[in-house]
Ligand binder design. Structure first.
Ligand code: ZN
Length: 320
């Protein structure tokens, strides 16, 4: 085995000062105070193993195009929970038995956790121990719980898209808060990253064509979206939002009122957009299912009445 060189203080300091890309592309701390407190509880050997594995995960991440640390952080927290568990009792990992591991997973599953979350717990601990085994730190090869036939997500946690009525309630509730309308619009109508939503400036806006361009991606948006942006700019708040996720945190009460108890608001926008849009049968483009975007045409005398997008409707009128 490698010589164990541990300077916990130096590692803590490095990790606490490091900023990395989190979910949605916004910069956040690589390691929180809370994580350090947990790390303080584990023995030197396990700490060493843990650091090796973190470095390994980070090296892998650096080779990826998407350098989002969210998954790495989740893995870290699952592994830490395992390392500080009573079942492990802070024994060095090379000493744990199959029985210990079984007890740990039985306890978690017994706590009524959802199947999917349990599967994630198992997978992350499994990969960690497998890595240590492959690198020669621990010799045991363990069996892990079967992940088939676990209870699946409960209904309340499924990502239910908003209904048209709920979207209207949203706009109504925040009609005097352009920041909220802005964040909602951008999540609902575009796929821009949180960091781009946060940093948007008037340079990204083509008012005449109702278009937003970020990093060579252009998206046409309804005129009201541009109006909300202009209002935000007038209040000198465009590009000055604290963070997009902070707004989602504040949206929670409204979403709870709408009956979404355990949902992370930021997850339901794309679902909502997909559900509240149609594809034009003529050109195949997708538009929100509001009257402004659609019209009715009859291509042949006494033929069917079709619903097509405004663009296709205009083209038909010009040709007719
Ligand atoms: Zn069309």
């Amino acid at each position: 085995m490698d010589k164990m060189i541990i300077d916990r203080g130096a590692i803590y300091e490095e990790w606490q000062n490091k900023m990395v890309e989190g979910q949605g592309g916004e910069l956040e701390k690589f390691c929180s105070e809370q994580t350090i407190k947990k790390l303080e509880q584990i023995c030197d050997k396990n700490f060493y193993y843990y650091v090796q594995y973190q470095n390994h995960l980070e090296d892998k991440l650096k080779k990826k195009e998407n350098k989002n640390y969210a998954t790495l952080k989740t893995q870290r927290s699952k592994i830490l929970n395992f390392l500080i568990s009573n079942e492990l009792g802070n024994r060095p990992l090379e000493m744990i038995t199959q029985k210990t591991l079984n007890k740990y997973f039985e306890k978690i599953y017994g706590s009524g956790i959802e199947g999917d979350t349990f599967a994630t717990e198992v997978r992350y601990v499994k990969r960690f121990l497998k890595y240590l085994n492959e690198e020669g730190y621990i010799l045991n090869n363990y069996d892990f719980p079967e992940l088939k036939n676990l209870n699946s997500k409960t209904e309340k946690n499924l990502m239910k898209p908003l209904t048209p009525e709920q979207v209207s309630i949203f706009y109504d509730s925040y009609k005097d808060s352009p920041e909220y309308l802005y964040v909602f619009d951008m999540k609902y109508y575009t796929d821009f990253k949180d960091v781009d939503i946060k940093n948007l400036s008037m340079d990204n806006i083509d008012i005449d064509n109702s278009r937003i361009t970020v990093n060579n991606t252009s998206i046409n948006v309804p005129k009201k979206v541009i109006a909300h942006i202009l209002e935000l700019d007038k209040k000198k708040k465009l590009g000055k939002l604290s963070s997009v996720s902070a707004y989602f945190a504040k949206l929670k009460p409204l979403f709870q009122k709408m009956g979404f108890d355990n949902i992370k608001p930021k997850d339901i926008f794309k679902e909502t957009r997909d559900k509240l849009s149609f594809r034009c049968p003529q050109c195949g483009k997708t538009y929100e299912a509001i009257v402004d975007n659609w019209c009715v045409v009859q291509y042949t005398e006494n033929g069917k009445l079709w619903i097509v997008c405004r663009d296709c409707g205009r083209k038909y009128e010009n040709e007719a």
